[in-house]
Write a protein that binds this ligand. Sequence first.
Ligand SMILES: NC(=O)c1ccc[n+]([C@@H]2O[C@H](COP(=O)([O-])OP(=O)(O)OC[C@H]3O[C@@H](n4cnc5c(N)ncnc54)[C@H](O)[C@@H]3O)[C@@H](O)[C@H]2O)c1
Length: 451
Amino acid sequence: MKSNRRSFIKKVGLAGAAAIAASHTSFSGTKEKDIHFITRSLRSPENTPLRVALIGAGGMGSEDMNTALKHDHISIAGVCDLYQGRIDQAKEKWGSGIFTTGDHKEILKRSDVDAVIVGTPDHWHKQICIDALNAGKHVYCEKPMVHSVKEGHDVINAWRKSGKVFQVGSQGLSSLGNEKAKQLLAEGAIGKLNYAEGFWARHSPEGAWQYNIPKDASPQTVDWKRYISNTVDRPFDAMRFFRWRNYLDYGTAMSGDLFVHLFSSLHFITNSKGPEQIAAMGGLRYWKDGREVPDVLLGMFNYPDSAEHAGFNLSLRCNFVDGTSGTTYLRLVGSEGSMNVEWDRVTVQKNTSVHSDDPFLQAKSQETSSAYADRKKMIGPLETIYNAEEGYKGAHYDHFGNFFHAIRTKGTVAEDPVFGFRAAAPALLCNDSYFKNKHINWDPIKMEVRS
Ligand SMILES: NC(=O)c1ccc[n+]([C@@H]2O[C@H](COP(=O)([O-])OP(=O)(O)OC[C@H]3O[C@@H](n4cnc5c(N)ncnc54)[C@H](O)[C@@H]3O)[C@@H](O)[C@H]2O)c1
């Protein structure tokens, strides 16, 4: 019996055996059929194999799939793309035997697909996500969740009906840095939040979306008809296929591409549902390559008083002709300090005291403390830096970890479609503000534009 017990413990692990011993007082009395029952109930949900297919195997979709495959018990179940070069690359990367297709519905029909990653240009997110949910697949959809504000509720409704896990791909909010910032803000590390700012600064052709056009790009290698089947009909144009971000039929301009990340992190850290006023200005200053969208964009946002936070203002900036100001940045400013938030680091800066130049306030303060006017004070550290431990696998890895964990435990994710829409909408409305030259009023609770 002892040796049976030893080999049993080896099989199910010590913790598992302890759990069994706790639930069955007489271990020695355990019969074969009980062991079957016990073994089944002890299978960790984290070990459940999941088969993931990729729809849109370009730059980010491929990175998503590679990151997903770094997790245990994840395998690739297929790839869908409209450009033959991407299909060929997928076979080189993940094996010549994988299932490939140019029609996302062929992926969704397969019973060996548990979840899909949607890495297509933005104008395909809504339809493919809804089709995937209706087919009973879990969905990881790249940001921004939708191409236009009017698509948001359709995705939310399809998700609610499906009972599946749906996570949007602004991976930063799963980072150690964002989690630490959320905790620090709640603990009052910077006092009461009143302002936040963020920016993306780039200065390179690739950074400004001038991607290489493959030499073999043609209607023979690209399924152009399908690509434009849900938008304006046009003759084949390789620029519009490979540099889709520059055109509004497919992309969502700087704000949909980049501001959305800052909204996601900010909303996660503050628990905010979003701003109620949105205004954007900008211009096309440098990359005049036929694009329809600006290369410098400023956004201003008013966050109202809410159950989650006091009112504050947000200012965002995106500059593709930026020679000076670094790369990406998110900063929260409160009454007692500020916090720079990166995915693997948070830097808190504190004020020692608040000095006022107002003569009345200065006289008042001298009256109340004249006996100790020149006495020095104890001061805490002015700057505290929290760094991720060495070997941290990063936000993207964590984001997929959260997605798979939710699927396996029938749980939830932070960046679900409601969260994803609340992050996407103010970003997309920046384009409305910019192009229509007007302020936009948004209801962040009902998720509707206010007239
Ligand atoms: N989370 C991030 O940090 C991050 C970074 C970059 C891009 N993105 C997002 O990822 C998505 C893809 O961006 P990208 O830079 O990888 O673009 P990309 O052009 O490199 O890749 C898009 C791929 O989708 C394919 N495609 C187009 N329509 C399709 C359809 N209907 N069905 C199947 N495949 C289709 C194209 O052939 C292409 O291979 C975008 O939504 C973008 O906003 C997210």
